[in-house]
Design a protein around this ligand. Structure first.
Ligand code: ATP
Length: 135
């Protein structure tokens, strides 16, 4: 069994899609280990997205992710990292995510793509430590 960090980003919270995201996680068979509505200080956002610091969209990404509360969750299950990324769909909600995924069903723009899920065991550990120190 494996753990992954999931975020419902500010667009997902603002659009009242938290229940939809949680519902799909639960119906997939994954378990919630932690779940919290959180404001995102700029420093936390910078650390979370540190790998994108040199990308042209970094400033917009920080502004977006700190623009309103997010729901942060630790999700557990067999192959939880890949399983949640399957539920999320590809980064671009139109060109990459297919219908039936969260982004494919509810997203239009790459920046406003509703959810985040860790992309490897190393990032999952780093991100869970960052968002839920002590878990
Ligand atoms: P996440 O890390 O949030 O799960 P991801 O792994 O699918 O997303 P990354 O390539 O890691 O995608 O990009 C991180 C986030 O940065 C994306 O989810 C999106 O919100 C934003 N982003 C990525 N590419 C762009 C872009 N070209 N323009 C604007 N925002 C972008």
């Amino acid at each position: 069994s494996e753990r992954t960090l999931v975020l419902v980003k500010p667009d997902g919270v603002a659009r009242s899609l938290v229940g939809e995201v949680i519902s799909r996680i639960e119906r997939k068979g994954l378990k919630l280990v932690a779940l919290e509505l959180r404001n995102v200080p700029r420093e936390l956002a910078e650390q979370h997205y540190a790998e994108h610091a040199e990308r042209p969209f970094f400033g917009d990404l920080l502004e977006f992710i700190t623009s309103g509360p997010v729901v942060a969750a630790v999700v557990e299950g067999p192959r939880a990292i890949a399983a949640f990324r399957q539920l999320a769909g590809g980064t671009d909600p139109v060109e990459k995510a297919t219908p039936g995924t969260l982004r494919g069903d509810f997203g239009l723009e790459t920046q406003y793509n509703l959810v985040h899920g860790s992309d490897s065991p190393e990032s999952a550990k780093r991100e869970i430590d960052l968002w839920f120190s002590g878990l």
